[in-house]
Design a protein around this ligand. Sequence first.
Ligand SMILES: Nc1ncnc2c1ncn2[C@@H]1O[C@H](COP(=O)(O)OP(=O)(O)OP(=O)(O)O)[C@@H](O)[C@H]1O
Ligand SMILES: [Mg+2]
Length: 460
Amino acid sequence: MSAIASRDDTPLEKRTLYWHFNRFLERYMPERLYQRSLIIVIAPVVLLQGLMAWVFLDRHYETVTKSLSQSFARDVALVIKTWDNSPGTEADLARVLAMANEDLALGLTVEKKSELPPATNAPFLSSVHPKLVRYLEGGITQPLWVDTVGKSGYVDVRVLTRDAFVFRFLTDLDRAHASTTPIFIAWMIGGSLFLLLIAVVFLRNQIKPIVKLADAAQSFGMGRDVPDFRPDGAAEVQSAARAFLKMKTRIERHVEQRTAMLAGVSHDLRTILTRFKLELALLEKSPTVHALSEDVGEMQRMLEGYLAFVRGDGGEPTAATEIVDLLGDVADDMSRSGHPIVLNTPRKLIVALKPDAFKRCVGNLVQNASRFADHVEITAVHDGDYLRVVVDDDGPGIPPEQYDEVFKPFVRLDVARNQDSGGTGLGMAIARDIAQSHGGDIALSPSMLGGLRAEVRIPI
Ligand SMILES: Nc1ncnc2c1ncn2[C@@H]1O[C@H](COP(=O)(O)OP(=O)(O)OP(=O)(O)O)[C@@H](O)[C@H]1O
Ligand SMILES: [Mg+2]
């Protein structure tokens, strides 16, 4: 989204030809690295070969075919002329036949016929046929008949000469055109396919480690462990993978230290608070004692809040969870404290996530909604690759310019302070932290009910 926005923000004077080319590539290149690399390897080869084929066919093939058909037509014309200029006796015919077959290898036979077969159509896309016909007609005045496809690999030329003789020349087509072309094209296509095969095999192996690294980073980002990930592939990919592993270890160590420290602190402080409460209970009842125990209670709540915030998801393992039941629990908890909640869910919705943490996340949003509004609705849907849980309320809402603000720890808006409900301003921060540890996020927007809409989106 932001990438697209920044691309569109490019000032007009910076939109060079190179910029347009890049934009074109970005828009029409396939998304995946493997396909992109294949195109990068194959496209230049195909282009080059196409160009070569075009030059070859256009120049070499055409010129060679032209001179071959020309010389073939001249040979035929020579034979016909020799016959025409002779007195036309049997001996002359034998001489002409000997010349055509032994000296010129034209495959001549002579038939006593007074007409030619019906005219044939020029074969589709043939470049020999029209040339041959043109050159033959240029050199021979008598009626003639040409066929280049009837007998494959041969050219069949018949000329009706005087005295109702048909001279039939049946020779290899090679005499009239460049026969190396199909071999050249076959080699070119074969070579391209071979190259494509090599590229497919090698690229697949080169791309695999990058895909594995991306998957591992994504899993870790979603709070899942990646136990069997090993650096693999090209040096740069391996070094990125090692950097990822180092970073992962540091984050895990950091989380472990934090959890250990928290366990210690919370244990110590809770012990003291409990002692406080006990001592207060033993004191005689008086307004001061009452106020003191209220303060201690609030202190305990705040302590729990801080601890929950720093604990995050507390290293809870991911498990397949029935979301409908989980949301039912959240709604029941709130309903028990006098805030009925409307629940819109499908009948069944099982998603892999950290159940306690996720419950706290939605619970915090629902708690806020119930505090500020009378009517609260929870909606859960499985939307493509995402689980979406939406909490709507009909309270005062939050001005859009403060959407980012309320996610910061210890931030409470004036509405909340006026109600003086004793919150710490950590609820939203905790909720977002949990959503993000699942690889998702929380978005705020105005609700159709009139208040605030908080939407948790988690990839599944
Ligand atoms: N549904 C809502 N309608 C109106 N304002 C809200 C709503 N949810 C949150 N807010 C505002 O956002 C602020 C931050 O919420 P957050 O849950 O982080 O803290 P809190 O509810 O005040 O305290 P805590 O949740 O730690 O007990 C609230 O103080 C309130 O001003
Ligand atoms: Mg709250």
